[in-house]
Design a protein around this ligand. Structure first.
Ligand SMILES: [Mg+2]
Length: 130
């Protein structure tokens, strides 16, 4: 599928990773907006409609799960991928108490990220139809 026109909110406090991965995702057709803190993401999501989000779990200030829960109050159809640094979590569906659709373990390759983002986007589309 084409990733064109998918509005992605990407939140990570590791700015080198944030910037390099967002450039690569932009080249694949995503409209990527980056922020380095959960608080900024929550503020931004109040004024900007996003289709999907990719959020780092561990950040200074509010963490990824809390950020996502706040974003979903404004964007109820939005699905998200949480990036976890915890090697015991692994890739796959997020735990039941999570607001995320999928978890990905860092470090992760572009291909895995693209697959996860596309799955999340498909789920967003389903949410809107339901
Ligand atoms: Mg982090």
């Amino acid at each position: 599928m084409k990733e064109n026109n998918i509005n992605l909110l990407f939140v990570d406090d590791e700015e080198e990773f944030l910037n390099s991965m967002s450039r690569r995702l932009s080249k694949r057709g995503f409209n990527v907006i980056t922020v380095n803190r959960g608080e900024k993401a929550v503020t931004l999501a109040k004024s900007t409609p996003f289709d999907i989000a990719m959020i780092d779990m561990k950040m200074p200030g509010i963490g990824g799960e809390e950020t996502l829960k706040a974003i979903k109050e404004e964007n109820k159809y939005l699905e998200a991928v949480i990036l976890s640094g915890n090697r015991f979590v692994g890739d796959g569906f997020a735990p039941k108490d999570s607001a995320a659709f999928l978890y990905l373990q860092k470090p992760c390759e572009l291909d895995k990220i693209l697959e996860a983002l596309n799955k999340a986007y498909q789920k967003t589309l389903l949410n809107r139809k339901a």
